[in-house]
Design a protein. Structure first.
Length: 572
């Protein structure tokens, strides 16, 4: 063969090779290259940040082939993402030497992690959810990058540095997984969680925090290492939560509030919805102090344009709050500090704890919560990051004194004695002028005092709420009317008498919690004259004997006889 023929054949072969290369390049552009998953298109319409790369195992223990993997996260609270057609690329840190794979037949649930591994599907370990075979080649041990694309959109890309054999690189678990947060190298660290023999990482689960070389019970303050002031029960109390905002979506607008009763640090604080299964943990090299008397605001995002106009957010969290049948808990070291459960929530309004019941036991009672009433930000209701307005709720055994609750001073047997009864006034009608008098022998609060005719039928009870204190030695008058112009000129009328008294005789009793403290059967009334107990018989036994009673003699008001609210004269 002549040299000319050889040159001609060489040129012909070169042309065919060039055409073949062009064909391959065209196939790559169209997404149909061999090993890339075929020609599937990304139809999920993903945008930047819709997926987050959270963990990379580029340097497994021993031989790397068939053991490399990386993890992605779906930050959506509601949407399951179909990953079909997502283009994965692995390359050197400078972007050179890239290899690709197109995902086929995989999806990722909202708020969940998916692990993609460089091995065959038939031999993938249980912690790997999707196998991409050898398409990406080997992940670079000396640093590299991984990117995710959907069509023309770059959904996420991370660059990682030198790796440690047997340890994955994890995005700091103290931060909410985010495609911007994972761009910062300082937010990545080597995992210290052993998930298999000589292998460290958290495939398919939330990452641990990047705590550096400090022990978890230490932190830095002004450059100096000190012990973390860990919270214990009663130090932190959940006081308000918003599962169902109306002005923004739940994903952006959910929040909750925690009251701080003692100076503590938030380092190591755990958040979750189920006991023993903590979703997040606050981790930081720097101390995160929380001051006594403050209200901490935890929110899904700190961006006021997205979160409904919340005030300054203290911490961002990633777990979702159920609109009904939900729970929320905070803990430290695996121990629960406080937890609340709720059957339902309010659309566009928070659930707020009665502020006088800020206690980790009291907030377990759903009856002590009410809907938020203050308008914040874009128009939802609540008091995020501040003390709650009163719900007007006072539990049994307590009464309200000013802005706080105190234990109610309850009487004991013998402290309450019925001492005078006006059943038949003559200067005004019975319906306006009837009354009876109660002697109080000790300092007590009359909240929820029960009054009636015949036990156990209670005719009315005094209210809870604000304390109703009565000093020892005082008299309390229950009158048909508290208007002196209507009730015959009574010198005092403390409470409304909620039933009528029978002129021909009857019965009156007082008590607490369905226990009778005193009951008097009274005889026929004398018109215009109260029936008065002799002061020598002022006890709950002697006043049962009608012989110890007599018609009153002192004049009051418009002219009827009696000593309402004062000592009785001796019966003659």
């Amino acid at each position: 063969m002549s040299r000319k023929s050889i040159d001609k054949n060489f040129r012909s072969t070169t042309v065919w090779l060039l055409l073949a290369v062009l064909a391959v390049c065209l196939a790559l552009v169209l997404g149909g290259c061999p090993g890339g998953g075929g020609g599937e298109k990304c139809t999920a319409g993903l945008l930047a940040g819709d997926l987050v790369i959270t963990e990379i195992m580029a340097n497994p223990t021993g031989q790397d082939d068939g053991k490399e993997w990386f993890e992605i996260y779906n930050p959506s609270a509601t949407a399951t993402i179909d990953l079909t057609g997502v283009l994965v690329e692995a390359a050197r840190a400078d972007g050179s030497g890239g290899a690709t794979h197109v995902v086929v037949g995989a999806d990722i649930q909202p708020g969940q992690y998916l692990v993609l591994g460089g091995m065959l599907a038939e031999v993938k370990p249980d912690y790997v959810d999707y196998a991409y075979g050898a398409d990406l080649g080997g992940l670079r041990n000396a640093g590299g990058q991984i990117s995710l694309r959907c069509g023309e959109a770059l959904v996420d890309k991370v660059i990682y540095t030198d790796t440690t054999e047997g340890a994955s690189r994890v995005l700091d678990g103290s931060k909410t997984p985010d495609s911007i947060v994972n761009d910062t190298l300082e937010n990545w660290c080597d995992s210290k969680v052993e998930f298999a023999a000589d292998s460290f990482g958290t495939p398919g689960a939330a990452n641990e925090g990047c705590e550096g070389d400090l022990p978890p019970t230490s932190c830095k303050e002004s450059g100096q290492v000190r012990d973390v002031v860990a919270p214990v029960v009663s130090d932190l109390v959940i006081t308000e939560f918003m599962p169902n905002p109306s002005k923004v979506g739940d994903t952006d607008g959910e929040w909750f509030e925690v009251y701080v009763a003692r100076d503590i640090d938030l380092n190591g604080l755990q958040l979750g919805k189920t006991a023993g299964a903590w979703d997040e943990q606050i981790s930081s090299l720097d101390c995160i102090p929380a001051l006594a008397g403050s209200y901490l605001l935890f929110a899904r995002t700190s961006d006021t344009l997205l979160n409904g106009g919340l005030p300054a957010v203290d911490r961002v969290f990633g777990l979702t709050l159920a609109n009904s049948g939900g729970s929320l808990m905070i803990g430290y070291g695996g121990e629960i500090i406080d937890a609340v459960s709720y059957a339902s929530s309010h659309t566009g309004a928070s659930s707020a704890l009665e502020p006088t019941l800020t206690d980790p036991v009291e907030n377990d009672n759903q009856d002590y919560w009410c809907a938020g009433t203050d308008v914040y930000g874009s128009g939802d209701l609540g008091s995020p990051g501040a003390a709650n307005p009163s719900c007007g709720i006072t539990p049994a055994g307590k009464c309200r004194e000013g802005d706080s609750l105190r234990d109610q001073r309850l009487p004991v047997a013998g402290d309450l004695v019925i001492t005078e009864i006006m059943a038949d006034p003559s200067k005004v009608a019975d319906a306006a002028g009837e009354w009876f008098e109660l002697y109080v022998g000790a300092d007590v609060d009359l909240n929820r005092l029960q009054v009636g005719k015949t036990p156990p039928a209670v005719e009315f009870s005094l209210p809870g709420g604000d304390c109703l204190p009565v000093a020892a030695g005082s008299y309390v008058v229950f009158a048909a009317s508290t208007d002196s112009a209507q009730n015959g000129g009574l010198p005092r009328a403390d409470f409304i008498l909620g039933f009528g008294l029978t002129n021909a005789g009857g019965s009156i009793f007082v008590g607490f919690d369905d226990l009778v403290f005193d009951q008097v059967p009274y005889g026929a009334a004398a018109a215009g004259k109260a029936s008065s107990l002799d002061p020598g018989s002022r006890d709950t036994t002697a006043n049962d004997d009608w012989a110890h009673w007599c018609p009153a003699v002192g004049i009051y008001g418009d002219g009827d006889l009696g000593t309402p609210g004062a000592d009785n004269p001796t019966c003659q």
